[in-house]
Ligand binder design. Structure first.
Ligand code: ATP
Ligand code: MG
Length: 231
């Protein structure tokens, strides 16, 4: 299969407008360019359109006006290539009715057990998993009660850390974490994701000082775009 793990990918959003209804658009004449390796935080209130913007970047929604171009090609025309370019952690990640091991390894079927342990350590779940009666062979659904929302999010985060894509998109990956755990986790994963483009959606400013650019999304527009120091 086509290996795009080392691809240099530029994302260009040109005068994009989008709304789910015909009333005032959620995103309005929105432009943004993201180069390979840039680390971008997108901050905005609940309902400001952050998750919608991520779907548009993945070509999963089609803009009403304007376009998203991935190395010059319309995102929604790249459908089958997108998964090779972008590893995506959704806000409500799906965990399958199989073992913890399989759920993480989904990110890369060729990953060894050691590599799975490695990413589980990065997201600070390894010890917790090892303490389960069946360890990594524990079925995610059977023991649904054992995993909190934040833990489920981090299982899915471990999964995307195994994916070999040039772009990583994360929709609130650290929800439910205390600030110290969050800071440690971010430091570790940023190290692992060096060279990759990171688009990270969050509600709050925690951890964003590690990013190259911080964007504020407000009323369909980017109201600020700069480094942590500039803001
Ligand atoms: P949060 O921080 O709560 O995750 P968000 O910034 O990610 O919010 P979106 O999920 O992009 O916001 O939603 C933006 C707006 O669009 C909201 O008002 C939401 O109700 C609406 N919306 C989202 N998905 C749909 C849909 N499939 N159909 C209609 N409206 C939708
Ligand atoms: Mg959202």
């Amino acid at each position: 299969s086509l290996d795009l793990s080392q691809a240099q990918v530029t994302i260009e959003i040109n005068h994009l407008s989008f709304g789910y209804t015909s009333e005032t658009p959620l995103l309005d004449d929105f432009s943004l360019k993201i180069g390979q390796g840039e680390k971008i935080a997108i901050i905005g209130r609940s309902g400001s359109g952050k998750s919608t913007l991520l779907k548009l970047i993945q070509g999963a929604l089609v803009p009403t006006r304007g376009e998203v171009r991935i190395n010059g090609i319309n995102a929604h025309e790249l459908a089958s290539t997108i998964p090779k370019l972008m590893a995506v952690l959704n806000q409500k990640p799906y965990l399958f009715n199989t073992s913890v091991m399989n759920n993480i390894r989904l990110g890369n079927p060729e990953a060894t057990d050691e590599e799975v342990y490695e990413v589980a350590k990065m997201v600070q779940l390894h010890q917790m998993i090892m303490q389960l009666p069946k360890g990594y062979e524990t079925n995610m659904h059977e023991t649904g009660q054992r995993f909190s929302g934040g833990e489920r999010q981090r299982i899915a985060l471990a999964r995307i850390l195994l994916q070999k894509t040039p772009i990583v998109i994360m929709d609130e990956p650290t929800v439910g974490l205390d600030p110290i755990t969050e800071a440690n986790l971010l430091a570790t994963i940023f190290d692992t994701l060096k060279g990759k483009t990171i688009i990270w959606v969050t509600h709050h400013l925690m951890g964003v000082e590690k990013m190259d650019r911080i964007l504020f999304l407000e009323k369909g527009k980017i109201t600020m775009d700069g480094s942590h120091q500039q803001l």
